[in-house]
Design a protein around this ligand. Sequence first.
Ligand SMILES: C[S@@+](CC[C@H](N)C(=O)[O-])C[C@H]1O[C@@H](n2cnc3c(N)ncnc32)[C@H](O)[C@@H]1O
Length: 299
Amino acid sequence: MIEIDWAAEAGRLRHTATDEAGWNEMVATGLVRGTDRLAVDVGCGGGGMAKALAAAMPEGASVVAVDADADVLAEAREHTAGAVRCELVSMDDGPEPLRAAIGAPADLIWASASVHHAADQQAAIDALVSLLAPGGRLALAEGGLPSRSLPWDLGIGEPGLELRLDVVQDRWFKVMRESLPGSVPMTYGWTDALQRAGLTGVTTKSVLTEKPVPLSDEDRDRVVAQFQHRVDRMTPGASQGHGHGHGHGHEVPEDVCLPPEDLAVWKQLLDLDSEHFLGRRTDLAALSVRSIHVGQRAG
Ligand SMILES: C[S@@+](CC[C@H](N)C(=O)[O-])C[C@H]1O[C@@H](n2cnc3c(N)ncnc32)[C@H](O)[C@@H]1O
């Protein structure tokens, strides 16, 4: 059983909102149309895209940020500083609470890495599509390629450490999905899901982001923090429910933990006092590819 304690993730999501400001601005500018009146960010996390949408939307338009966790939403509210209306709603509750929170048909709905946390992803997509105005677009940022930051052979442990982290994370993801109450498998791709919801002109655009060597100190710190977060999630004895008194403190199941030999290597790579500390390497990069699947409601 894996249950994510979103309240405990709120601070990290706020950092992500700040770190990804440039990416969000570029994507928002490409998605918004001059005639848009209302945009919505569903599962908004720290509010990074909601803030970028508010800046990109035409004069007089509005943006609503929606999240199912009150602590996460509080971070988004602070980050967007009055530019966005923030509403506490879950995609799992069906279209009506979402419709009531949003208040009007939306011209653009953005959902990044949030629909994959809905128990029934197709039902969540159907609900979001029902909130679109005629001609409105739903944009889902889901999938892409695993990020790459490390050389294949680090000179410590078996080569291919980063690839093996991806493999265990994939198992973690499967157990996380199966642990959602009422979880429904979706056995087809995101573009099929958008088509089944009745959208037309469905397409995918993948955005490559590359920060080559030498990374700035901030980018190197970010890469290390991201590895730390991923490794923590897949460490035996790690609890999914720590912090803020939320969650139920389930232990991470053994089959979604890193093998002890890799864990020992990660321990050294993430230890400031170790000669192998990643933050001292000159060959760290940051390469990522994120996919955005977009479809339009007939209008
Ligand atoms: C991985 S984070 C992504 C945050 C942000 N969209 C981003 O891309 O950085 C997933 C977000 O979805 C929210 N979330 C999870 N399940 C949800 C649900 N059923 N309805 C609405 N939001 C949900 C979480 O609270 C969290 O803020």
